[in-house]
Each structure stands twice: as C-alpha cells, then as structure tokens.
Design a protein around this ligand. Structure first.
Ligand code: NAD
Length: 250
C-alpha cells in the first residue's frame, strides 16, 4: 500500500459499534468519513475524533436509498481522493414476530439491514474498481444470521443475507484485490439492545457471553480494524466472529 493515509467510510458511525470503529480507525491514523442519518450523533463522533487529534468528516446518508449511498462514496472521493475501507454497519432491530407480522416494519428492517449493505458493497466496489485501488469491504452481520431467536424474523433474515452477500461479493471481487468480510458480533452493549435491557433481559443475555459481561462496542471495533489491515489478506469471504463465544456454547 502507498504511504498515503487510508480513507475509511463507516456507516452507522453516529452510535455504538460504528462510533467506536470510527474512533479506532482515526486513532490509528486513518481518515474517517462518519456516515449516518443521525446528523447530531455523527457530528458528535467527528468532534470526539478531532478532540483526540484525528481526522474525520460527517456525511449524512440513508443507507436504504442507493442514490444516497452512491453520493456518500462520491463525496468521500471528492474530499479525500480515495476509498480504502467501506464498513457497512448501519442497522436497526425492530420486533417482527411471525404470528403478528407488520409488513411495514418487515420492509423497514430489510431495507436498512439488507439493502443498505448491498448498496454499500455495490457503490464502494464500483468506485474502488474505477480508481484501481485495493480495498476492503466489511459488513456487520450477527450471530443471529445463523442462530434463531423468537420475535426477530426480519432481523435474522437480513443478517443471514449479509453473510451470503459478503461471501458471494468476495468471490467476484477478489480479482480486483477487493476483500469482503462479514463480522458477526454477539450481544453488544449499544442503544440497539436498550429494549431488551428495559425488559430486564441484560443478565440473561450476558450469561451466554464468555466472561459474563456484555460485549463492549470497542471490542467489536477492534476486530473490524484487525480485519481491515493488509496483514489480514487471507481473511476473505469469511465470517469473523466478534461474539465472545456467544455462538459457541449453549
Ligand atoms: P446503534 O443503534 O448504536 O447504531 C446503529 C446506527 O445506525 C445508528 O447511529 C443509526 O442512526 C444508524 N442507522 C440506522 N438506520 C440507518 C440508515 N437508514 N441510514 C444510515 N444510518 C442508519 O446499534 P449498534 O449495536 O452499534 O449496531 C450497529 C450494527 O451492529 C447493526 O448492523 C446491528 O444490527 C449490528 N449488531 C449489533 C449487535 C448488538 O448487540 N448491539 C449484535 C450484532 C450485530
């Protein structure tokens, strides 16, 4: 790789895993585009990075809309001249029980978690191929992409799709030196699980995590950073677990 700083686009960068990943990449010297539809949260992430002496900018995006994701990639290249890492991480979790399925909610979850990742893979890889740069596209899956739990029909479907989209895109994009990897967290202590915490289910969830404490978002962020490095070149089309053993035992 050249000595130029890497440029990393991180969707969902306003909160949780995306914010921590933005902080880690910037702390290691990468230029970070914090992308989210939550402008206030995204700008807060940028301010945290700048306070630590890092370089970042906020771009508002709705990942469920392809034109918006394409504009994000375009603006990134206009601003920083390249794109080395695309972290398709924005996601939502809404209840979708099969027996009482609300189609609007179902489509919302699919549009953000599944189509949002497809949009990111497509727009980023198109630009990387145009620029002829090596790149890595990392997608946030979940242990719930292969483990079922009640009430989250659409969420499971999307995370299973993220795993298979990562594998098939990796297979096609390897010839362009573009890697595609899925990272699968278990249960991470971010706002997305607040509903479960409110129901008093946090202890029960932590029970399945080795060490008994919910995974912290910085731990997932560190995994994403490791996967992004050139040293991780053999990790391609893989699902990298960042779950503290959540899926490894009953
Ligand atoms: P979070 O709610 O803290 O962050 C999600 C971010 O995505 C928010 O900043 C939100 O504004 C943004 N976002 C949502 N819809 C968007 C859209 N249409 N366009 C742009 N931005 C949008 O939650 P998190 O836990 O950090 O989630 C990050 C990813 O990790 C998600 O894909 C989630 O499914 C996945 N995940 C989370 C856990 C967990 O237990 N927290 C476990 C496995 C996987």
């Amino acid at each position: 790789m050249s000595n130029e700083k890497r440029v990393a686009v991180i969707t969902g960068g306003a909160s949780g895993i995306g914010r921590e990943t933005s902080l880690i990449f910037a702390g290691k010297g990468d230029r970070v585009i914090v992308a989210d539809y939550n402008e206030a949260g995204g700008k807060e992430t940028v301010a945290l990075i700048e306070k630590n002496g890092g370089e970042a900018a906020f771009i508002q995006v709705d990942v469920s809309n392809y034109e918006s994701v394409e504009a994000l990639v375009e603006q990134t290249v206009q601003q920083y001249g390249r794109i080395d890492v695309m972290f398709n991480n924005a996601g939502i979790g809404l209840p979708t029980p099969v027996a009482a399925l609300d189609w609007d909610t179902y489509h919302r979850v699919i549009n953000v978690n599944q189509h949002g990742v497809a949009h990111g893979i497509f727009a980023a890889s198109k630009k990387m191929r145009e620029l002829g740069t090596k790149g890595v596209i990392i997608n946030t899956a979940s242990v719930f992409g292969f483990l079922a739990s009640p009430g989250s029909f659409a969420y499971h479907a999307t995370k299973g799709a993220v795993i298979m989209m990562s594998k098939s895109a990796a297979l096609e994009l390897a010839q362009y030196d573009i890697r595609v990897v899925a990272v699968a967290p278990g249960v991470v202590d971010t706002p997305i699980i607040q509903g479960y915490k409110d129901l008093g289910m946090a202890d029960e969830m932590a029970h399945k995590v080795m060490g008994g404490k919910l995974t912290q978002p910085e731990a997932v962020a560190k995994t994403v950073y490791l996967v992004s490095l050139e040293e991780a070149e053999a990790i391609n089309g893989s699902v990298v677990m960042a779950d503290q053993g959540y899926a490894s035992f009953k």
